[in-house]
Every structure is written in structure tokens, then in C-alpha cells.
Design a protein around this ligand. Sequence first.
Ligand SMILES: [Zn+2]
Ligand SMILES: [Zn+2]
Length: 422
Amino acid sequence: MSSERSSVKELAAVKGTHDILPGEVEVWQAVEASVVGMFGRYGYRELRAPVIEHTELFEKSTGETTDVVQKEMYTFIDKGGRSITLRPEYTPSVARAIVEHRLDLLGTPMRYFYIGPMFRYDKPQKGRYRQFHQIDIEVFGEKDPAIDAEIIEMADSMLVSLGVTGTETLVNSVGCRACRPAFSQALREAAGGVKDGLCGDCRRKMETNPLRIFDCKVEACREQAKVFPQITGFLCPECRDHFAGVRRYLDLYGVAYRVEPNLVRGLDYYTKTAFEVVRLDAGQQNAVLGGGRYDDMMKDFGGPDVCGIGFACGLERLIALVSVKPSPRRFVYVVHSGEAARAKAVELARIFRRGGVETLVEFAGRGFKSQFGRAAKLGAAWVLVVGEDEVAKGEFLLKDMATGTQTSGKAEDLLSSLQRPG
Ligand SMILES: [Zn+2]
Ligand SMILES: [Zn+2]
């Protein structure tokens, strides 16, 4: 380690991470409060799992051949020699918690939501971070296609309530363990035919997990994939009926959607329904949120045979699209002059805060003029003046900084005037 003093660069946030500063954080809080309220109305409860999990959890559930597990995980060996991973997504943690605490015994369906940071060692780019934040919802123990549609409808309502416009909802069925192998084989053959036109990564995926070719971002591969066979023709009767049911309920809910046969999502555990809400930004289609059904995940953990479905929504991206105006900060700044007034100022601040009003006290003890200047600079909505005369009279002066209106009165009366809405 260098003995020199750290430079500012060394003290910068870790590459791919970002601070959410006051001024922005109010938008985050407003969005979070809005979605938490909405999830509550659909019967979801919060489940907070740890940020770290055993690496094996993601290898087993997210899938060993996915890009997330192969390239993007923050994995380290802890002091006890265990392989630990900073969660790259939330669903496996919820499934693990359900199995561990046997939450399924409390009755199904189980509806959970969570908001928090996820970690992926991805190439940082505009709007994409290595520590990013997700809204995540999951339903376990509900097989009926009505729930698939309800979740998509909830995602739709969430975006509408946040003022996100210009989105399109894409749905597909990715089949199940009964029907997907035949599709994978057909894909493998189609990819094999145009092998030389595919990137090295896709040539590898062709052998291990051909569905993942659809995730490739290389333009040449995307072009080839357009003419590959589509899953729709391979669905077994159960998957076909389920997908028809999802679409029927979406119509009932009045949700606009488009069937996108190449939508497979980048994770291995999806079965049947997969969906995404996308938005066209600068000519490029980007997912605002995405999810799907994962009926085998729990069973694969050695847990109960409980099906699941959910979606995740990246908050950084969502925040950039919302038109949410957080309510402006309104606070009282208490200025004072003299020892007795200073003591009174502190006492008044306590009374006002207990009364639900944000209140700050000047401590630098300068003249009234510079105290007023400071109040204005900080953006105080009101200034409460506490001078020697005011202390003697027990009546104080409250100045509205926007209008210049001054009101004189007892502390309780001034407080109740501030507590009145509007
Ligand atoms: Zn099937
Ligand atoms: Zn490729």
C-alpha cells in the first residue's frame, strides 16, 4: 500500500457503483413508496433476504450455463473457506428462504416483494451498474394462468402509476421439461447449419444451452436467430393450454401485449410464461422489467414441489423514466440572539419536531442578518425569530420566506398554523 495520501481518484466510488444523493434519493423514495403501496393492494408482503448467499445457490438455480453465472457474479472465498456470492438476482434467495423456513406450510399462494441492491460484474455503461437496484415480486404455489396475467397486469399498473409511457408488453411461452428438449435439439441443428456465422460464445452455447443464443448481443448472431425455429411449434398440450389461458386473462384485464416467440429471457429456470415490458430508447429496444414462471426451481433445490412466477424491475432504469415529483422539503429555521434565546430556540425546535415539523437551529451564533442569509441559502420555508424580547413576551415571530408574511404568536399557535395542510 502506498504511504502517500490517497488521491481523490482512489477515493472515488468503486467502478460500476454510484451514490444516490439527497436531491435524487427523494425520487427513489417516492417510487419505492408508490410500488410498495401497490404491491400491498395485490396482497404482497416484503421478504428481506441477505445480500450474500452460497455460490452454489445461483449455480443450481440461475443456471451454470447462463451469462450471469459464467461471467457476471461477484464471488469470493470468505475467511472460513466458503464460496460466497453477492446476489446477482433475487428469486433464488426467496426460493431458498421458503425451503429453509418451510413458508409453504403457512399456506399458498405465497406473495412476496423486495426492493434492494443486486450485483453483477457486467461491463459498466450508461444506466447499467455493477451494484444496481431491483424491485422484485414472486408468487409461489399458484399454477393457474390467471396469476401470470395478474402479475403482468400489476406490472402494467405500476408503470402507469409512475407515469412511464411508450412501453410495449411482450409475452411468450418457453415450454417445460417435457417439450423444451425437442425445441433445443431443433435449435441446435439450425444453429449448426449456420455455425460459421455465429460468434464463439454462441458456438459454445449451441452445445450447452442453445436457447441462450437468443440472449446474444452480437448483431450477426441476432440476425441468424431471426430465422431459427420458434418454440411455439414445439409446446406440449399443457404448455399450449397454459399460454392460451394467460392470453385470455390478459384480454380480460385489458392489458395490451404482443406475443414475441423469440423472447426466452437470460435465465435457465423459466418454464411456460416469459414476459418483458420494453421501451424504445434512441432506436434501441430495452427491457424495463421482465419475468416469468419457474415451476421446477423449488423442487430442484430438494424443496417441496411448489411452482413460482415473478418479475424483476431495474430501479436505475425505472427512475430515469418516471415522472414522479417528490413533495418538496419544507422546514423551519430557528434564528436567535443571546444566551436565553439560544436555550429557547433549542426548546422550540424540540416542540416543533415533536409536532411533525422539520426544524433546524442555527448554531453559529452570528447576527440575525447572516442567520437569515443562511436560512435562505439552505432553502428554509419559514424562519422562526427568537430574540430577547420574544423570550420575555413568550411570543415569537414566524416569517414565511416565500411570501415575506410575518406572524407573531405563541409557540403552540405557530406550530398549529404549520401543521395545517396546504
Ligand atoms: Zn411443455
Ligand atoms: Zn453470439
